[in-house]
Design a protein around this ligand. Structure first.
Ligand code: AMP
Length: 304
């Protein structure tokens, strides 16, 4: 089944305890589509500037990412700069929207018929414009961040609330859940967010895994305990990529299928943080994902 993503393709400058990298490949849609490509082909909708090297596009295509919806516009590619004093939380130092300021997402013919849709972290107005063009999706999921929730650009919070009303599944981290709902208790925050529209809410908690709230109850998604985390950038998008890629590949959106997909998301994210940028995902293979998926079973096995 088809999977479409709209989000950012970016150059990131990142500083973690392990070092600093300048202008490396990043972006919510880049991490998402790379992670999802281990499970299923992906349709990418985004924009880059004149400064974006063609080899990055070719590498995505080689992984099964359809790039007909990736526009190249005059100007510079989106840029984000962040620092991690605490590996569970990025401090944004700079955001340059650049070509995203005038981006008009237009879906190439055929893309409007996509079964699974992921509105990755991007301007919520653009998320809504993409959703307007999709015909009859089976499942729509959305990710966002404090930049939009806190209304740093006036009007974006209202746009975000409007698009959240239209989605089935929301991915947020615990801080974002608190900002969005006004509740610091994670269970109450999830309830409030479910009242805002999405029937399923996944609250990501960094190295502590994630909690998924739905009509099925609460599912605790483990995170792989790792000896070394190099760069958490893209963990959220890789989680969503593994999750949505697994769902689209299996076609099962029942409670069990969604639980398995959540574990696939956590497995994929656990690799993404082992190196800077997309470096670890690029060297990863499906066999390594399957092996770690099995290791997750042992991680949470509770004897009768
Ligand atoms: P995460 O998976 O949450 O760590 O997302 C990391 C990616 O989000 C980085 O590669 C950034 O390029 C991208 N990003 C950061 N801020 C924004 C923003 N305001 N809009 C869109 N993408 C962003």
């Amino acid at each position: 089944m088809s999977l479409l993503v709209v989000g950012s393709v970016a150059f990131d400058t990142v500083e973690t305890h392990a070092g600093r990298r300048e202008d490396v490949l990043g972006g919510s849609a880049t991490f998402f589509s790379t992670a999802a490509s281990f499970f299923t082909p992906v349709r990418l909708v985004a924009v880059v500037g004149e400064d974006f090297p063609e080899h990055h596009v070719a590498e995505l295509q080689a992984r099964g990412v359809e790039t007909a919806g990736l526009q190249r516009q005059p100007g510079k590619t989106f840029r984000w700069e962040g620092r991690y004093d605490d590996l569970n939380e990025a401090t944004t130092l700079d955001t340059q929207l650049n070509v995203f300021e005038h981006f008009k997402p237009e879906l190439p013919t055929g893309f409007e018929q996509s079964d699974y849709v992921f509105l990755a972290n991007i301007d919520p107005v653009l998320q809504g414009q993409v959703l307007d063009q999709i015909r009859a999706p089976r499942l729509v999921a959305l990710d966002t961040m404090n930049f939009w929730i806190e209304d740093i650009i006036p009007g974006k919070r209202a746009a975000l609330e409007a698009v959240i009303r239209r989605v089935d599944l929301l991915f947020v981290n615990d801080k974002e859940a608190e900002l969005l709902s006004g509740e610091d208790n994670v269970v109450k925050a999830a309830q409030r967010i479910r009242d805002m529209g999405p029937s399923t809410v996944v609250i990501k908690r960094g190295e502590f895994g994630a909690l998924m709230f739905s009509s099925d109850g609460i599912f605790a998604v483990p995170a792989m305990p790792l000896e070394q985390v190099v760069d958490p950038t893209g963990a959220g998008d890789s989680f969503a990529g593994g999750f949505m890629g697994f769902l689209a590949a299996s076609g099962r959106v029942d409670a069990e299928g969604i639980r398995r997909a959540a574990v696939a998301g956590s497995v994929t994210a656990s690799f993404a943080v082992e190196d800077f940028s997309l470096d670890r995902l690029k060297s990863l293979d499906k066999g390594q994902i399957s092996k770690r998926y099995t290791a997750f079973r042992d991680l949470v096995r509770i004897p009768e």
